[in-house]
Ligand binder design. Structure first.
Ligand code: GLN
Length: 280
């Protein structure tokens, strides 16, 4: 992006696609389009309609900075500042796990299993994406969300406000902040990556997402061992505890539930990636 030839929308998209592709970025063209949308204020249709239009100096400068950040494998969502989840927009930063489409499976299962839940707890809420999505779909329910990270809670609070829902946010580890309270539905997407595998992840995840939200200890299952017995003590009779799990973990996590209570099943059909995602 240095020569003097005019940078039209089409030319810069073509150039950036090549540049990103050579740096191992998979959806290079699409990502180039999203960044250019952010730099120009156009939507993607707007880009197509303006293929031949030269970018002005400000647009070019903003776009260049974004391309440089993305080429260093900073997550696209950190550059754009947001991620869509369950049809809603969530502000994100390096302090919270970027919402994943896989986690929409947990929200869908929660709504399928507990459509009449009046009290809901989301443990380790991060961006707040699960709690806020459930709040939108369970009007009248009391939604509580906890996190050990105070900065994550700030972001979650902002996301609840921006999406027009009321969520009670509590600071603390796992179930500590809800001592003495019971819920019809408890959900969580805890950290579940085995510690040694974190270095093998894509740079966007390894360096971009908070380690606190990824690291599940030596076998990835540490948090489930603490979370499951503690959560069951906070469930109303007939309530649901639904947990997201990582690839290949569903059976191991299901076996941590006490047999006698009828809990401990893999309840999700495979997520969009074909992985059993939810145990409850
Ligand atoms: N689903 C995330 C990933 O694949 C991991 C998040 C988690 O540990 N809960 O990177």
């Amino acid at each position: 992006m240095t020569d003097q030839e005019t940078w039209t929308t089409l030319r810069i998209l073509t150039w950036t696609k090549e540049y990103f592709g050579a740096r191992g970025i998979e959806n290079a063209r699409l990502e180039a389009e999203w960044l250019l949308c952010a730099a120009t204020g156009l939507d993607r249709v707007g880009l197509y309609l303006n293929y031949d239009k030269p970018l002005n100096r400000e647009e070019l400068s903003a776009f260049r900075q974004m391309v440089a950040r993305r080429a260093r494998r900073e997550p696209l969502q950190h550059i754009l500042g947001s991620q869509e989840f369950c049809g809603l927009e969530f502000a994100v930063s390096p302090d919270v796990l970027i919402p994943r489409h896989d986690t929409e499976t947990l929200v869908e299962e929660a709504l399928r299993r507990a459509p009449l839940a009046r009290t809901v707890l989301d443990i380790g809420t991060g961006s707040g994406c699960i709690a806020v999505s459930l709040a939108r779909r369970l009007p009248g329910a009391r939604i509580v969300a906890s996190d050990i990270s105070a900065v994550a809670l700030e972001m979650a609070r902002a996301n609840a406000r921006a999406n027009g829902v009321d969520v009670e946010f509590l600071h603390g580890s796992l179930l500590e902040p809800v001592a003495g309270r019971c819920f019809d539905l408890i959900v969580s997407n805890p950290p579940y990556i085995p510690s040694a595998d974190i270095q093998l992840l894509e740079p966007e995840v390894r360096d971009g997402d908070p380690r606190l939200a990824l690291d599940g200890g030596p076998d990835g299952l540490d948090i489930y061992r603490r979370l499951i017995p503690a959560s069951l003590e906070h469930l109303e009779p007939g309530g649901w505890l639904l947990l997201e799990v990582g690839m290949g973990q569903a059976q191991d996590v299901a076996e941590m539930f006490p047999l006698a209570d009828g809990y401990g099943q893999v309840v999700s059909s495979p997520d969009p990636g074909g992985i059993e995602r939810v145990v409850g």
